[in-house]
Design a protein around this ligand. Structure first.
Ligand code: NAI
Ligand code: MG
Length: 494
């Protein structure tokens, strides 16, 4: 089998990929396309229609028509039944979806294959919630005979703007609550990795998703994304991406006071005490940073280590990193793939230089990989020691497999260092002292803390950030409320 054959995929066989609007595949109004780059080879895999502001207009109109039309007559049970049907249809095509995601953004097939359970769980969790909603009946003391109750109604048209670091699962945080609540959706994937989103839309369409309920418009952030964020026909925007763009989304939302949920950047702390199980913690701390080649919003990129074990522990983490198999993403043995784009490669290499200039001590990595990986955007898992919080590599989100290790002396100092950041998404604590684990978990100002583990998530459990990492919860029992309005009704029973 040749290299080319390995990278063939049924979704990539024909022509270019179109936008999905109102249940139909259409070209961009401009007629333009852009190239999807396979990051493991640096070459184009296929052309995709380049959506712009006019296409966003068309998609929002289709979503509004669907919201008011047949879809609005779906009862909760009907939406639940549809979701379960879609989940089955997606499962039947799952292997092709995982391969496509791997080709498009470079995550190894071993990683994308693990999304099977996550996708099924997410669809089924939200399908269960579709029928679980209850309203409130309020006690009131108004003289006379008044009754007051509230129930929840779907919010309307939702816009989702997602990044390229895991679209196959990131999009579900919008698709599933939209379907469960009775909203409709315009989804703008990132130009770097739009393919699994387009393929998923096609699968759902074939399985009976009504026209216009989910629309997909790939295109540039500055045009398509900005148009969606500012659109007065959109009631809510779900954004996942950088803090800088998140700020623009908030500004754009002012046009019509649309609701906004933001999952932004991070520089999450991972704190290791000398009393931890150090073998488990070394692997855990390495993968907290290196997973998905460091392109994870909650990656534990600042490693704080108690000084008595600092040198030894940093060596152990570096040893885990240097043994990881970085390789072609469709190779089943690969544990890490390339960075997702040339821009990410440039960014990570820039930080290698910053680290050198700042005087951090390179323990492992710090370079682009060559050999059979030379055409792709591959870098080695990297650990820097003797870092302090004054250095840019300890403050700025790099979004690559780059770990900064910093020593600490006391529990109080560890908490203080962990919080010396504008971000507040995740955090980790490794210790066998149960009291300390809770104290530190409560002391860290983030939306999530993992203790003696890192990065565990489940659709049934709230996922949230604070500070410059954004706001709005995902997952768990409260997420669906963000897709509804609470309607209060007063009755004069006199
Ligand atoms: P980005 O935040 O600019 O892009 C994310 C999404 O927003 C993409 O779909 C993009 O097209 C869209 N977008 C860009 N500008 C927009 C605008 N003005 N209005 C509306 N939508 C817009 O992030 P980018 O440029 O891909 O990556 C830069 C850095 O951002 C990364 O190196 C990383 O540090 C961070 N990032 C963090 C992510 C996270 O999950 N925390 C995900 C992606 C990027
Ligand atoms: Mg790509």
């Amino acid at each position: 089998m040749t290299f080319q054959d390995t990278y063939r995929h049924p979704f990539l066989e024909s022509g270019h990929k179109q936008l999905f609007i109102g249940g139909e595949w259409v070209d961009a109004i401009s007629g333009e396309t852009f190239a999807c780059i396979d990051p493991s080879r640096g070459t184009a895999s296929i052309q995709v229609s380049r959506g712009g502001a006019a296409d966003i207009d068309a998609a929002v109109a289709a979503a509004r028509t669907a919201f008011k039309g047949e879809w609005s007559k779906f009862k909760a049970f009907d939406r639940q039944a549809l979701m379960l049907k879609l989940a089955d249809a997606i499962d039947a095509r799952f292997e092709d979806l995982a391969r496509l995601e791997t080709i498009d953004m470079g995550a190894p097939i071993a990683r994308t294959s693990m999304f099977r359970r996550w996708i099924q769980q997410t669809f089924r969790y939200y399908a269960a919630q579709a029928v679980a909603d209850t309203g409130d009946v309020f006690n009131n003391s108004v003289p006379g005979n008044f009754m007051s109750y509230s129930h929840r109604e779907p919010l309307g048209v939702v816009g989702a703007i997602i990044p390229w670091n895991g679209p196959l699962i990131t999009q579900l945080w919008s698709i599933c609550p939209v379907l469960a609540s009775g909203c409709t959706l315009v989804l703008k994937p990132a130009e770097e990795a739009p393919l699994s989103t387009l393929m998923l839309a096609g699968i759902m369409h074939d399985a009976g998703l009504p026209a216009g309920v989910i629309n997909v418009v790939p295109g540039p952030g500055a045009t398509a994304g900005a148009a969606l964020a500012a659109h007065t026909g959109v009631d809510k925007v779900n954004f996942t991406g950088s803090t800088a763009t998140g700020r623009r989304i908030i500004e754009a939302s002012a046009t019509n006071m649309k609701r906004v949920a933001l999952e932004l950047g991070g520089k999450s702390p991972d704190i290791v005490f000398a009393d931890a199980d150090l073998d488990v913690a070394a692997t855990g701390a390495a993968m907290a940073c290196f997973n998905n080649t460091g392109q994870v919003c909650f990656a534990g990129t600042r490693l704080f280590v108690e000084r008595s074990i600092y040198n030894d522990f940093v060596e152990r983490v570096a040893a885990v990193g240097s043994k990881l198999k970085v390789g072609l993403p469709l190779d089943g043995e690969s544990q890490l793939g390339p960075l997702a784009s040339q821009a990410q490669l440039d960014r990570v290499q820039h930080y290698f230089e910053v680290a050198r200039n700042e005087g951090a001590r390179l323990v492992t990595g710090g370079e682009r990989l060559g050999g059979n990986l030379a055409d792709g955007f591959f870098v080695a898992p990297t650990v820097y020691a003797d870092v302090d919080m004054g250095m840019a590599i300890a403050r700025e989100e790099i979004f690559g497999p780059v770990l900064s290790a910093i020593p600490f002396d006391t529990e109080e100092e560890a908490i203080e260092l962990a919080n010396a950041t504008e971000y507040g998404l995740g955090g980790g604590v490794w210790s066998r002292d149960v009291g300390r684990v809770h104290r530190v978990a409560h002391g860290i100002r983030t939306g999530m803390v993992w203790t003696n583990c890192y990065g565990v998530t489940d659709p049934g459990v709230t996922f949230a950030g604070t500070k410059h990492s954004g706001y709005g919860v995902k997952g768990g029992p409260h997420h669906l409320n963000e897709f509804t309005i609470s309607k209060t009704v007063w009755l004069n029973l006199a």
